[in-house]
Design a protein around this ligand. Structure first.
Ligand code: 13P
Length: 253
């Protein structure tokens, strides 16, 4: 059975003392994770050791990185590798967030290399896809997202693809307060799953967790997560408020 995941993406926010306060509040705020559910915290890299310490020994809770380089080591000043992250206990890495695609010119081909680097050391890529507003308005979002999946993931074997978590994040819904309706989310999640089914077969497609991201908050999480092909969320703004994120975790159905 595929996992349900509530993932926090703190992006480039918070000072050390603010990060510490938020982690303390998260630990103190009641939330429930069932056997098949996970909470993942993608904190800024500099706060990873702190998050690992604060969230240690919490069942079903993982600390993640927001990015990693496509090589495992070498002369790449300023970068972090998947192996370095794994060596300190971080085995989940966000790949291809729309902000990295846009501001750091990350291409589909580069993201394929990053996915390979992460999988090669048995870590988990959280692979982001999603269309800009112009594509949604032209109603060509399915083809747009399918191309992202094909270009960065379809070289993987069936054994490898089930280890990838997908996060569908329509760019027009990120940080805008404008959420996709639960029906819009369901429609494209079902389409994404059908792409995997065509390539890898139904059984494999049904094992892949597909998260929705874009203005998820406590007030809309339950409805979005209740859709049959939505397996949780990747959450930006609302993950910076402990009570909001705890409610989002509890909304995993
Ligand atoms: P918001 O939840 O702030 O819209 O951000 C979504 C996102 O980009 C998570 O990766």
């Amino acid at each position: 059975m595929r996992k349900q995941i509530a993932a926090a993406n703190w992006k480039m926010n918070l000072t050390l003392s603010q990060a510490e306060t938020l982690l303390n509040e998260i630990v103190a705020t009641p939330h429930h994770l069932g056997e098949n559910q996970q909470a993942v915290f993608a904190v800024p890299a500099i706060y990873i050791p702190l998050a690992l310490e604060k969230l240690a020994n919490k069942p079903h809770v993982f600390v993640a990185a927001q990015n990693a380089h496509q090589k495992q080591s070498g002369a790449y000043t300023g970068e972090l590798s998947a192996s370095m992250l794994a060596s300190i206990g971080v085995n989940h890495i966000i790949v291809g967030h729309s902000e990295r695609r846009e501001y750091f010119a990350e291409s589909d081909a580069l993201l394929a290399e990053k996915v390979d680097a992460i999988l090669s050391i048995q870590s988990t890529p959280i692979f982001c896809c999603g269309e800009p507003l112009s594509i949604r308005e032209a109603e060509t979002q399915n083809a747009f997202v399918e191309a992202q999946l094909k270009n960065s993931l379809f070289h993987l074997s069936a054994e490898a693809i089930v280890k990838v978590v997908i996060a569908y994040e329509p760019i027009w819904a990120i940080g805008t307060g404008k959420t996709a309706s639960s029906q819009q989310a369901q429609d494209i999640h079902a389409y994404i799953r059908s792409c995997f089914a065509t390539k890898y077969g139904e059984a494999v497609a049904n094992e892949i967790s597909i998260l929705y991201g874009g203005s998820v908050k406590a007030s809309n999480a339950k409805e979005i997560f209740s859709q049959p092909d939505v397996d949780g969320g990747l959450v930006g703004g609302a993950s910076l408020i402990a009570t909001e994120f705890a409610a989002i975790i509890n909304a995993l159905s």
